[in-house]
Write a protein that binds this ligand. Structure first.
Ligand code: GDP
Length: 390
């Protein structure tokens, strides 16, 4: 990290660690180097790169993630010194987007961003390692290997550019109308809560607290569903889902803005936005504002929002008091101490739309015995059944 304060560098590294965990990595260690300018050959200075090589060997890491965008030659240079795969911030974020993209538009946007990123790097990840005798790219199935990997991208640049133009044309043609989205939402019978907010705000910790008991009981039923979707149940026994959206990041690389927005499309199909904010962050207002601005762009304006300040256990008391006054509707919780989580769950329940439950009672009359069976047909749209039960 260059030209930043120590506190900024540490915040950024914490965010990078949270991103890496989102992508499914286990973070073993972190180091910060302060330098005027990056080394053109290895990004880190020679001494620091050697130190990193030792750390990598001692903790048994298979990947190093750099909190910046690397030139292809710097990545190869660093891989030569540390002997494991090097991934930069952009590749990490793209990887997370690829995991989250659901809609056709989202997938197209992410592929476009991946190709844009790959184009100047056509020689591929880990090539410098495979060139070495006995060299091997560790962690081959990890970050950077989802989406169009190097085996698929043995097309020449011209073909990649052609693919990119095609994707751009498709994306323009796809933009769904607000109306279509609303219809989709009406057709979506299971109420859904979309969790939005910055990476590191505690979205996944809170999701775990909110769904803990349910996950154990209901695992089998939803096991085949998307891993970013969790189900829960209200006290009245109504099933609903939580969707964990991609976290916002500080200084999102410019070329990823569109892809990021498209991963938030799923939020526009939800019934409630759970907007999680880190109350201990130095600038919660700035974060709230940034999240709301982007949500406006993905047309979530008519979906109710519940603002939740997390990390109440470590936030400054005066800050909490100020936030309380400013956002009287907001909830204050801690995913660590669990304070406020029960009340939060109740608030979520109360804000969910009541589903239309259609119950049909069949009473076959056999040899004088009255046998009744009750079939709960789930949530059926009113106009489809017209109320006639048989
Ligand atoms: P996400 O990126 O928004 O999903 O955030 P995570 O759930 O991964 O949490 C980011 C970091 O904040 C982790 O180190 C958590 O342990 C920590 N964290 C989450 N919630 C709380 C909280 O309520 N209090 C404290 N002190 N730390 C928390």
């Amino acid at each position: 990290l260059w030209n930043t304060t120590q506190a900024d560098a540490e915040n950024s590294i914490r965010e990078l660690a949270a991103l890496a965990e989102t992508a499914g990595s286990e973070v073993l260690d972190a180091i910060i180097q302060r330098r005027e300018t990056p080394d053109p050959g290895t990004y880190l200075g020679k001494g620091k790169a050697a130190e990193l090589a030792e750390i990598v060997a001692s903790v048994g890491a298979d990947t190093v993630i750099i909190d910046s965008e690397l030139a292809p030659s710097q990545r190869r240079g660093l891989e030569d010194v540390i002997k494991v795969k090097v991934v930069d911030r952009v590749a990490l974020i793209l990887d997370i987007f690829a995991q989250h993209a659901k809609s056709r538009e989202g997938k197209a946007q992410v592929e476009l961003a991946q190709l844009e990123y790959l184009l100047p790097r056509l020689r591929g990840w880990g090539e410098s390692l495979s060139r070495q005798a006995g060299g091997r790219v560790a962690g081959g199935a990890g970050i950077g290997s989802r989406g169009p990997g190097e085996t698929k991208i043995e097309l020449d640049r011209r073909r990649i550019r052609a693919r990119m133009s095609k994707l751009r044309r498709q994306i323009t043609a796809m933009a769904p109308s607000r109306d279509t989205k609303r219809k989709n939402r009406a057709r979506n019978h299971i109420p859904s809560v979309a969790i939005v907010g910055y990476t590191n705000a505690g979205k996944s910790s809170l999701l775990n607290q909110l769904t803990d008991a349910e996950v154990m009981v209901q695992n089998a039923l939803f096991a085949t569903l998307d891993p970013t979707v969790r189900q829960s149940r209200t006290a009245d026994g109504i099933t609903f889902t939580y969707t964990d959206t991609v976290g916002f990041v500080r200084n999102l690389p410019h070329q990823l803005v569109e892809a990021f927005r498209s991963t938030l499309e799923e939020a526009s199909d939800s019934d409630l936005l759970l907007h999680i904010v880190d109350a201990s962050h130095p600038d919660p207002h700035g974060q709230i504002h940034a999240v709301r601005e982007v949500l406006k762009d993905v047309e979530t304006g008519d979906i109710p929002e519940l603002l939740v300040f997390n990390k109440a256990d470590i936030a400054d008391d005066a800050v909490i008091t100020g936030l309380h006054a400013e956002y009287p509707e907001a909830r204050f919780v801690s995913a660590v101490t669990k304070e406020g989580v029960g009340e939060l769950f109740e608030t979520i329940e109360s804000m969910l739309p009541s589903p239309n439950i259609d119950v049909t009672v069949l009473i076959p009359y056999e040899r004088g015995d009255l046998v009744s069976k009750i079939y709960a047909l789930g949530m059926v749209e009113h106009e489809e059944h017209g109320g006639e039960g048989t």
